[in-house]
Design a protein around this ligand. Structure first.
Ligand code: SAH
Length: 252
């Protein structure tokens, strides 16, 4: 009798273990299947970026190295490699991959550059810049919850950026001058104080326009002076960004 109930317990245990291990096998298989679908979609996205004119190899390598699925809400992971902006909460979006690649190509950061990003958001653009091994990277976000969430994400993923919560339209005086400033939200104008935080030879990439449509400007500081003649402006058309909110930007 005792032997029978021992056998019964043993059989139940075995059957439980079999079920548990087959569930974890299915989990593993579906994890790998999902990962390989995402990899294939990433290759397609990179081909699209090339076809749309992105040609800087360092930028394409960085876009390939960063896993965009790590920067979107879990429910949107299957859509991580669509060439579209996606919602990240708090009324904000992760920028469209083409826009990230385009702005990074305009900035053309080198390994000796110190770069400031305004509008950390999900941290995707920050991670793409970090993958280019620049000397130092600073990023500012004005939505507290996003700032906290993304700071934690950087710690988990090991993204080497110095983060700050605050109004980026005023720049980051203590860390200036910058070889590059990249503004990832649309501004009504080029904040003058921000331009003055550029080093000579430094570039600022900033979308400027109405709240509906913006032109991306590349402002290059050619001289040490602070007058308009110290800066050269180039324009690139047809982009849309969420608004830059701040003392030197749109008021909310
Ligand atoms: N680079 C981000 C894009 C996020 S959208 C990404 O890849 O996900 C732009 C971000 O700019 C939003 O998170 C918004 O909250 C932030 N923002 C708007 N005005 C700002 C300001 N004055 N200072 C700092 N961040 C600002």
């Amino acid at each position: 009798m005792l032997q029978n109930s021992k056998n019964l317990i043993r059989d139940k245990l075995y059957s439980f273990l079999r079920t548990a291990s087959s569930i974890s096998v299915i989990d593993h298989v579906s994890h790998f299947a999902k990962a390989s679908v995402l990899e294939a979609q990433k290759s397609e996205l990179l081909a699209t970026l090339r076809a749309k004119g992105i040609s800087n190899d360092a930028v394409l390598r960085a876009m390939s190295a960063v896993r965009r699925e790590d920067f979107v809400p879990e429910i949107l992971m299957p859509r991580a490699y669509e060439n579209v902006a996606l919602p990240i909460g708090f009324g904000q979006t992760i920028s469209q991959p083409f826009t990230v690649a385009y702005m990074t190509e305009l900035l053309a950061p080198t390994r000796t550059d110190t770069v400031l990003e305004i509008g950390t958001g999900s941290g995707y653009q920050t991670a793409v810049l970090a993958a280019m091994s620049i000397r130092a990277l600073y990023t500012i976000e004005c939505v507290k919850e996003l700032y906290e969430e993304t700071r934690a994400r950087f710690a988990t993923l090991g993204v080497p950026a110095t983060t700050r919560f605050g109004d980026g339209s005023l720049g980051w005086i203590d860390a200036a001058p910058f070889d590059g400033i990249i503004v990832t939200a649309g501004s009504p104008d080029v904040p003058e104080g921000l331009a003055h935080q550029l080093a000579v030879g430094g570039r600022m990439i900033i979308p400027v326009g109405s709240q509906r449509e913006q032109t991306i400007y590349r402002i290059t500081r050619e001289h040490a002076g602070t007058g308009a003649e110290a800066f050269r402006a180039e324009e690139f058309h047809g982009f849309r960004f969420v608004p830059l909110i701040g003392k030197a930007a749109w008021r909310q």
